[in-house]
Each structure stands twice: as structure tokens, then as C-alpha cells.
Ligand binder design. Structure first.
Ligand code: TXA
Ligand code: MG
Length: 352
């Protein structure tokens, strides 16, 4: 029922037309972006937004990001008299768009509350991926697109992940191979007095500060959402990226981490549990467990970001009961990686 198209140079134009037709009729198309695969529908059509929530099994108070092709599409989506907000958005767009940055802004009236999860603000992003751009240029509408995973599963970084989660649930899946970055876009809220980082990604706080000056970070980025921490991005309150197994992050000096994880893994295996370890290229030979997966090299946090969600899906497939994961420095992409790992682990951290 779901049409799967492998994109090539030859068919990209025809595919963009086909996707635009599906969107015009209120249907859903999954497509690659530079961050993760998106599950797209016409963002101005409330029935399409409802279909997106249904296909994902996602709570409808969790707002969607509108994807656009150019700045001409941008202005009609926002409504504000505050010149400072517009100036900040334009300055960020100049530097980071097209690219992996999402901005939260006051919404225009024609954007349905179904798309914004009932909020008066809207999330907007202009992706840089060639295929995403071709589709958005062709359809000429803002495309609402959450990550194309079932709610609670890791975001899809390849078409096979999308097929696993969405086959039979949507009209079309466009296979554009593996994505580049592998973690979702950075989200910055521009509606307040001080710009606020709601979700870390490839665009770091330092990069944002270079353009905006002061940038604050929402407490929910670091800490478990609970009594005293209320996230500004509704999506941050859900236990996203949750592997089926229970997961613990281990922090400390590298040799201590390896010794600790091996000892704990041995004990748990003696109890008959199947143990997974999230290691790195540098450490993977030093572990003994049922499943050891390297998430990349510590020399390149970009490679770790790129492999993270695939590794979490692989642990699911291996049916492990318990996962120990190394932790990472929060510089560069490490901030986004640690944010996703903490969420996957339900904030269970052992500090050595
Ligand atoms: O990289 C990405 O951003 C990917 C690709 C497909 O573009 N999309 C993505 O969408 O990650 P999703 O729906 O999985 O995550 C959107 C996040 C959620 O945490 C949501 O709560 C937040 O953006 N969000 C959306 N609109 C918002 C708003 N008006 N105010 C605050 N947070 C908002
Ligand atoms: Mg998501």
C-alpha cells in the first residue's frame, strides 16, 4: 500500500511532482532531510496534521515543525510586531538556513492549532538536504514533518528505519539513503526576551551565541522533566528514543568505565540477562558482553551523532535486556549526543 521510491538523479523531478500531489490531497510522504527522515503532510491542512499524529501514534499536544524551501515562504507563517524577533530570525536564517536549525516564532492565523499542538507559536525550519529541497520547492506549501518514527522509537536515519515503522501507515516513502547528521535539528525559541535553546543539535550554543549574543538553555535539556522542570518544547517531556532494554550511562575516566561495565555485565549475565554495551571504536575490543556495538570514534563526535539512533535500533533488534553505554564530552555535537543518550537512559547515570 505504501509506495516506496528509491531516489535517483533521473527520477527526482518526477518524484517531487508525485509527492506534491500526495500532499495536495492531504496524504503523507516520508522523506530524507540532513538530520533525520521526516514524515510530511500539508502543514496548513488540519486533517493532514491529524493523520501525522495517527500514523506516529503520537500525542497531539506535541507540535510539528513546518519545513519550507525559501524565505518567501517564511514571512506568511509568522505574525509579530516585535522587530527584534524578526531581526533575530533573519540573522539566524542568513547564517544557518538552509540547514539543521529550527526556530520557534509567533504563528500566523492561518496555521491550524492541530499543527502547533494548540500553541500560538510555530516551529519553522528550512532543510538543506537536496531531496527535501526538491520536494519543498515543487509543492510550494509548508510541510509539517516530525521525525518519521513511531512515537517512542529512535528517529530514523535511513529509509529502512522508516519502512520498519511506517510501511502500510502512509502513502509514500522516499528512500534517499542514509542521512548525514543523524540527530534532529537544534531548536531555538525566539519568542522571549532572551533566545532560548530548547533542543541541542548540530548547530551548537556557541554558534548561536556568535549570531545572537546571549542564548539561554532550557533546564529540560539537562535534567529529567519532573515536578520542578517543565519543558518549553512539549516533545522534550516524552521518553523519546527509548530502547526496549533498560539503559544506564556510565561516566568517568575511560579505564574505570571499561572495568566497571565489564564487572557489572558479568554479574548480570550470571543472572541470565542478555547484555548490550554501547562502546566506541577505541574501546569495543575491551568489552565482554552478548552484544557490543561501537557508536563511532571519539575522534569525531559527528560520527557518534551519525550512528547513535541506528545503534539504539540495533540493540532493540538484538533483544538485549540491559544496555551499558559510555558517555561523551558535551563539546560540539557531543551536547546533542548526550541529550539524546540521557533521554534514552531515562536519566539513569552512574558517575565513577
Ligand atoms: O531535524 C528535525 O527537526 C526533524 C526533521 C524531520 O526536520 N524533525 C523533528 O521533528 O525532529 P519532531 O516532531 O520529532 O520534533 C519536534 C520538536 C518537538 O520536541 C516539539 O515539541 C518541538 O519540536 N516543537 C515544535 N513546535 C514547537 C513550539 N511551537 N514550541 C516549542 N516546541 C516546539
Ligand atoms: Mg521526533
Amino acid at each position: 500500500e505504501t509506495k516506496i521510491i528509491h531516489i535517483t538523479k533521473e527520477n527526482i523531478e518526477a518524484t517531487a511532482k508525485e509527492a506534491a500531489d500526495v500532499w495536495a490531497q492531504g496524504g503523507l510522504v516520508a522523506f530524507p532531510t540532513e538530520t533525520v527522515y521526516g514524515l510530511g503532510g500539508n502543514g496548513l491542512n488540519k486533517e493532514a496534521s491529524k493523520k501525522i499524529y495517527a500514523a506516529k501514534g503520537r500525542p497531539s499536544d506535541n507540535p510539528l515543525i513546518l519545513h519550507i524551501a525559501d524565505m518567501e515562504q517564511f514571512y506568511p507563517l509568522i505574525k509579530t510586531d516585535n522587530a527584534k524577533i524578526i531581526a533575530r530570525a533573519e540573522a539566524l536564517a542568513d547564517v544557518f538556513w538552509p540547514g539543521p536549525l529550527t526556530m520557534i516564532l509567533p504563528k500566523a492565523d492561518n496555521i491550524p492549532y492541530e499543527t502547533t499542538g494548540g500553541l500560538d507559536t510555530v516551529a519553522i525550519r528550512m532543510p538543506s538536504h537536496l531531496v527535501a529541497r526538491a520536494l519543498l520547492q515543487e509543492c510550494k506549501m509548508p510541510i509539517a514533518a516530525p521525525s518519521a518514527n513511531l512515537s517512542g522509537r529512535p528517529s530514523p536515519t535511513s529509509a529502512s528505519h522508516v519502512i520498519e515503522d511506517m510501511n502500510g501507515r502512509i502513502e509514500m516513502i522516499i528512500d534517499g539513503g542514509d542521512v548525514g547528521i543523524g540527530v534532529e535539528s537544534t531548536i531555538i525559541d525566539l519568542t522571549g526576551e532572551v533566545p532560548m535553546l530548547l533542543r541541542p543539535g548540530f548547530v551548537t550554543p556557541e554558534m548561536l551565541q556568535q549570531v545572537l549574543g546571549t542564548v539561554e538553555t532550557d533546564a529540560a535539556v539537562y535534567r529529567q522533566v519532573g515536578k520542578d522542570v517543565h519543558p518549553k518544547a512539549p516533545g522534550m517531556k516524552y521518553r523519546h528514543y527509548a530502547p526496549k532494554a533498560s539503559m544506564v550511562l556510565v561516566e568517568g575516566a575511560q579505564d574505570k568505565v571499561i572495568t566497571y561495565i565489564n564487572e557489572e555485565a558479568k554479574k548480570k549475565r550470571e543472572q541470565g540477562l542478555r547484555i548490550g554495551i554501547m562502546a566506541t571504536d577505541e574501546s569495543k575490543e575491551l568489552y565482554k558482553a552478548d552484544v557490543v556495538i561501537s557508536v563511532g570514534s571519539r575522534i569525531s563526535m559527528d560520527s557518534v551523532a551519525h550512528n547513535l539512533f541506528r545503534a539504539l535500533r540495533d540493540f532493540d533488534e538484538e533483544n538485549v535486556d540491559f544496555i551499558y553505554s559510555e558517555s561523551f564530552d558535551t563539546s560540539g555535537c557531543g551536547f546533542a549526543v548526550m541529550n539524546r543518550l540521557l533521554k534514552a537512559a531515562g536519566h539513569q547515570v552512574v558517575k565513577l
